[in-house]
Design a protein around this ligand. Sequence first.
Ligand code: GAF
Length: 386
Amino acid sequence: MNQEIIKDVREKFRLRFKEEPTLFRSPGRVNIIGEHTDYNNGFVLPAAIDKAVYIGVSKRQDETIMLYSEEFKEDHTCTLDTVERTDKGWPNYILGVVDQLLKRGYKIGGFNLNIEGDVPIGSGLSSSAAVECATAFALNDIFQLGIDKMELAFIGQKAEHEFARVMCGIMDQFASVFGKKDHVIRLDCQSMEYEYEPLELKGYKLLLLNTNVKHSLASTEYNTRRKQCEEGVKLVQVHHPEVKSLRDVTIDMLQQYVGDSNPVVFKRCKYVVEEKERLLSACEDLKKGDLKALGEKMFRTHEGLSKEYEVSCKELDFLVDAVRQNPDVLGARMMGGGFGGCTINIVKEDAIQGLIGRLSTSYKNAMELDLTSYIVETDDGSSKVV
Ligand code: GAF
């Protein structure tokens, strides 16, 4: 937990709202492998990380909602009956959750809330899901709504659909709520069954390299990819009505029924179908402690995301290419929705600082951008800060 941020949120809350807050924390996430598989009913392998969103919150006696972002130095006020999307951006992730609670018939009153965190925004580490989950967790607690953790994650996802207008899958909110220190979660996004797998990196660490770009087409292209996957499923369903999603589709089916006449839909679906298999075999690698085999699959995932799913960008490709032949880096790939954000790398611990130094220079020379890096540890999911 970031004690400095906790202190800051508490003190600023007291100054602003003249009362004592209750504090909650929800983490960002990494995903080892299994990208763009969640909304295709596939598997994912995320973990919550030691970077989180912290909120202070207190109940009010009226129906007013007063929000303050310590990061954006901006407030937003509305009432329970005027909860709607705003152009400001950040309040949407909070208000989207309030909207969901109201639509589901939960009884809440007005509240004060301030927010701060150390999940870098727009970096593919799910700062938005962390805000949604922290809000859902907090309101569930202070208004004693009795909502279980699974529904809290779904409330966060629906808030993202309706207020951020990104038709995301469930991975990010699930990881933020269900994370467990020293573990990754193998989540079946169809049945929502999950297993914790110990993450033993044996002298290696997870290093995130932030391109510091977020290309503006990210959310529209995300929704387009989702539609292209659905198109592929429809074409297969004509011949195989039992097929419900890409989860049930094979490469053979894609070749027969999508193939040449729909080359774009074909390559999108092909990536997803291959990624589904790759993840299952990566889980076996992890169980056996074969990090080398796992790392090779991460590189292959990046190839697919870059060439077939086409959600990478030149900055991400540069960072993956730069480590591909490096024996100290077992695996690397872009992570999350794409079009910017971070790459995830499995790197030998004592080689990390040298690597960051060299890459910072070459990245700056090639892209005229600064590189930011984070060595992350896995962490527990959403919690009350006591
Ligand atoms: C984003 C989405 F929010 C997730 O649901 C997931 O689809 C991911 O992109 C890609 O794997 O983070």
